[in-house]
Write a protein that binds this ligand. Structure first.
Ligand code: GTP
Ligand code: MG
Length: 327
């Protein structure tokens, strides 16, 4: 995107200049261009510089940094300031383990999370919201007939990136938010997995917020006013998992703010694992200060990072009684 381009700036096609070497340009990067930036048909500019990134959202193919897959780090998007974690309430079913991973990645990258629960016409949000009751996690519910005003005002003035499993409705949502986006949308197969319809990330400028003259429908306080920068939205391909090999064991806890206070009385360098002597988390949960499923999720992540087998996979094999927990 052109860093100083206003909403009406032309769309410019540009190639990466050779002098950038192996430095890669990712979606969301702010770049300096030379050459023909008119946006006219056939015009080609060159990207000669990539501005310093204000945030980098990364994921790895695997959690274990000792494996080749764990070291394979992918930058999802640069300069995002909001991570919109998109989860369907059904078809495919929500997986709190996945959402927890996204929260860890968001806090690690300094990006604010927003939970977007789609397909609210198919199932209710109570189970997912109950799991996050101790967190002040902002959320929106989306159904095919819902108006998107609340979401639009949360997106205004920001660069937001959508992440989620395949088939949860990311591109459907982008097409509703950006009417000329024309993102392909897929079908979800009987086994509940989407077909990875979107294959690359794309940043789109959101349309201007409509001017409203009826006082009753003003956006919530703190939200952007009509006429302000409506923001950008980045659609991404569905991911099967959100590997966290790049996040240190200490930083994993940042994704669990509801557990942090439970660690203040832990012995120095407590690993917080189930067998750690004196770990305060068990007592914290036993006292009802946090949901035991959240502690189980955190410890699954710790174990997964330590290479103790993959904590992902089918949830019913690992978490009998907790069908939500998978990732
Ligand atoms: N019932 C219902 N179906 C929805 C809703 N949102 C999306 N869908 C359907 O879900 C299917 C998958 O939607 P997509 O938008 O392609 O999903 P995606 O997250 O972009 O998937 P990938 O590109 O594969 O990552 C489509 O058939 C949509 O029509 C919703 O709110 N309710
Ligand atoms: Mg898609």
């Amino acid at each position: 995107m052109l860093s100083d381009a206003g909403p009406d700036a032309p769309l410019v096609t540009a190639m990466r200049a050779r002098e950038l070497g192996r430095k890669s340009v990712v979606v969301g990067d702010r770049v300096a261009l030379v050459g023909d930036t008119s946006g006219a048909a056939g015009a080609l500019a060159r990207i000669v510089r990539i501005a310093e990134r204000t945030s980098v959202l990364r994921r790895t193919a695997d959690d274990d940094e000792t494996t080749a897959e764990g070291r394979l780090e992918r930058v999802v998007v640069a300069n995002a300031d909001q991570l919109v974690i998109v989860s369907a309430l059904a078809d495919p079913p929500p997986r709190t383990g996945f959402i927890d991973r996204c929260l860890v990645a968001a806090y690690d990258a300094g990006i604010e999370p927003l939970l977007c629960l789609t397909k609210a016409d198919l199932a209710g949000p109570e189970a997912v919201l109950g799991y996050y009751a101790e967190l002040e996690l902002p959320y929106v519910l989306v159904r095919p007939d819902s108006d998107l005003d609340a979401l639009r005002s949360l997106l205004a003035g920001r660069i937001s990136v959508l992440v989620g499993h395949s088939g949860v409705g990311k591109s459907t949502l982008v097409n509703r938010l950006v009417p000329d986006a024309a993102r392909a949308v897929g079908t979800v197969s009987a086994i509940g997995r989407g077909r990875h319809t979107s294959t690359s990330a794309v940043a789109l400028r959101l349309p201007r917020l409509p001017d409203r003259d009826d006082g009753a429908r003003q956006p919530p306080s703190g939200a952007a006013r009509p006429g302000a920068d409506p923001g950008w939205i980045v659609d991404t391909p569905g991911v099967r998992s959100f590997g966290l090999a790049h996040v240190s064991a200490d930083s994993l806890l940042h994704g669990f703010p509801d557990l942090v206070e439970g660690t203040v009385d832990c012995p120095a360098n407590c690993p917080h694992t189930p067998d750690a002597p004196g770990c305060g988390l068990d007592a914290w949960v036993a006292a009802g200060k946090a949901d035991p499923r959240r502690l189980a999720s955190y410890r699954r992540l710790l174990a997964s990072r330590a290479g103790e087998g993959d904590a992902r996979g089918e949830p019913d094999q690992r978490n009998p009684g907790d069908p939500l927990a998978g990732s």
